[in-house]
Write a protein that binds this ligand. Sequence first.
Ligand code: ASP
Length: 310
Amino acid sequence: MPVILVHGGAGTLFKGRVSAEREAAARQGLSEALQAGYDLLQSGDSALAAVTAAVKVLEDCELFNAGRGSVYTHAGRQEMDACVMTGHDQQAGAIAGVQGVCHPIELAREVLLHSPHVLLAGSGAEDFARQQGCAFADADYFHSDYRWQQLLQIRDQDTTALDHGLGASEKSFGTVGAVACDQQGHLAAATSTGGMTNKRFGRVGDSPLIGAGTYANASCAVSATGHGEYFMRAVLAYDLAARLAYQQVSLQAAAADALARLGNLGGQGGLIVVNAQGEWSMPFNTGRMYRGVQFSEQPQVLIYGAGEPA
Ligand code: ASP
């Protein structure tokens, strides 16, 4: 019964546009994240513990746009957003625009467990992180030349970019997320991101917003990646859950229909979803989505779409 899914972002880049080394490293990171979460589920731990552990692994991996690998804002900072939600009791914790926190997903979980609030932002969230004993690191820990060059490429333009687009027509979303169903049939969803390169004015995306990029209830748990402004306007993650609640449709159909509606608005991206029966789906409307699932000893990791070699 226990099952965990992870994503490491979607993108319009097709096979061959990302180096084999980077792809192999991304697969490795996703496998390690799945295994970390699945081991906890196997030992009887909660879905909340599993999704937090899986996302932490991805936040430590520089390849993904979360935690250590977060993209730069216009001002040259790294401002991170994260959210966790549990399904059986619909508890939630989220943080936005936070700097210096090594594992934003842990801070979101602290908000869920130890705060009367749901969403904390900026310096207030950082104060709460210090109070809760969360680990901080300086700018060197988070810096990578790769991310810095991405900013320099578009800093003088009045535009933002989704993670590591390699050209004007290419978009890539490196946000990370996890959803899990534990041995009790309880569900949890988690999402963590650095947002968009060159973002300004305190921009916050869909990832920390309940119902937009992250959502869980007793019947499903959802984590999304893609152009956040569209996911917010579509209230995408909740839309999927509402389809399951109010329509007689399968999980696969609800996920596909929710994503189709996002596409009709012009949005690009993907999502992972699991239900309380351990069924799952990982649709995307981009060329690829870093993703994986584990329900037995062996993690399964995929990048490209149907018809393309994984
Ligand atoms: N959804 C994220 C945001 O808009 C970006 C991503 O998925 O990479 O902040």
